[in-house]
Design a protein around this ligand. Structure first.
Ligand SMILES: [Zn+2]
Length: 190
């Protein structure tokens, strides 16, 4: 039998702990093209931060790789992409698989479409669908407003539905802070 505590520790080792506190606060500091936006998670001994690149892309990196003098990470990847020819560029995928925005997309898809997801019972099982078929479609509809919301509120930007029984689609989605989401949920119970 695995105890709940052990399970929690295993989960943290795999996924990182979003509720841990950062070892030091670097928010707002700039390193080459990267500006630290918010603490993302702790995984093992390492802190991960969300950075905004000068090209307006968001990326999550291990802090030390960016801040240490030996740090080799200077951009979201656009620096090295700029050195490639246009021919090579088209073969590169969306390049956002390590961003928080992509994480939002993946987890939303998961709770609607993957019965093994922890949250499936209150989403997919209740008939709530994600009408975006691809990440590219989602990005086209939601990325601009996401960046705006993140700039205004800093951390905790997450996707919220206007009609809680409605689907995930452009017309029914907006960005909200964790606090706003909690307030909405409370209202629903009244
Ligand atoms: Zn960049």
């Amino acid at each position: 039998m695995i105890s709940e505590l052990t399970r929690q520790k295993m989960r943290e080792r795999m996924m990182g702990n979003k509720f841990a506190r950062p070892a030091s606060d670097i928010s707002g500091k700039k390193y080459n093209r990267l500006t630290a936006i918010e603490f993302y998670k702790r995984k093992g001994k390492f802190d991960y931060w969300l950075f905004r690149c000068d090209c307006s892309n968001f990326v999550v990196y291990r802090k030390n790789n960016v801040t240490s003098t030996k740090g080799k990470t200077k951009s979201c990847g656009c620096l090295s992409r700029e050195n490639l020819t246009l021919g090579t560029l088209s073969t590169i995928t969306h390049g956002m698989s390590d961003t928080k925005f992509y994480y939002v997309f993946k987890t939303m898809k998961n709770r609607c479409e993957n019965p093994k997801s922890e949250k499936y019972y209150s989403y997919g099982a209740r008939g709530i669908k994600c009408l975006w078929n691809s990440f590219e479609e989602f990005k086209k509809d939601m990325y601009e407003s996401y960046v705006k919301h993140l700039e205004e509120y800093g951390r905790d930007t997450s996707i919220d539905r206007v009609d809680v029984n409605g689907n995930y689609c452009k017309e029914n989605c907006k960005w909200a802070t964790a606090k706003e989401q909690a307030n909405n949920k409370r209202k629903k119970h009244v």
